[in-house]
Design a protein around this ligand. Sequence first.
Ligand code: SAM
Ligand code: MG
Length: 214
Amino acid sequence: TRSTRPQRLLKAVRKRATRGDPQSVISAIDHFCRHSEWAMNVGDEKGSILDSVVSELNPEKVLELGTYCGYSTVRIARLLPPGARLITLEFNADYAAIARQVIAWAGLEDKIQLVEGASEDWIPRMKEHFGIETFDFVFLDHWKDRYLPDTKLMEDCGLLRKGTVLLADNVICPGVPDYLEYVRNSLSYNSCYFKSHLEYTKAEDGLEKSVFLG
Ligand code: SAM
Ligand code: MG
């Protein structure tokens, strides 16, 4: 049977990227997605905005919602300080299996915990299961109808502290109107938009950065 897109993406990583070099893994995936097949990674253009937010925060506890093939996972983890931890959630077992290999190729297994399952099931178990007090940074990039309910769930579970930064991808394309309306109007957040383009295209998309004020 024909291979899947994630399998072909992994093959491109093995062919073009150097083991233990996260930047080469990122470049190999971007090259594959620009020249061979589009895939739903945050991509290089929005990725550089993601990089600046991560570098400025220097977070120690990071949560990512939606791993897919591990592109943004590698992108974030390569910038984390020693001892920092990134938990990434993915409910598709085939994608998770590919992501594990991409992460291993980048040599970042020590910083990353890939958890298989649905965000709505795992968010309430973060404290007991992973000993997390609160997250410093959360990257939201899973299915768009989950951004708002999962944000409220993280609030209710006490996973956000004053100063926690939420960064949401695809707020224009495909768009998350209910989430944007919530973070932009809630007195509990200070929110701003970073205009960019949908990964590997010229269509407008962007990231919304929202600081939780407690
Ligand atoms: N963040 C990745 C990147 O930029 O490289 C891309 C993630 S992709 C856009 C979204 C992923 O979220 C898919 O792989 C999907 O299976 C996963 N997903 C969607 N809803 C989820 C949920 N509720 N819990 C866990 N994973 C979910
Ligand atoms: Mg995205």
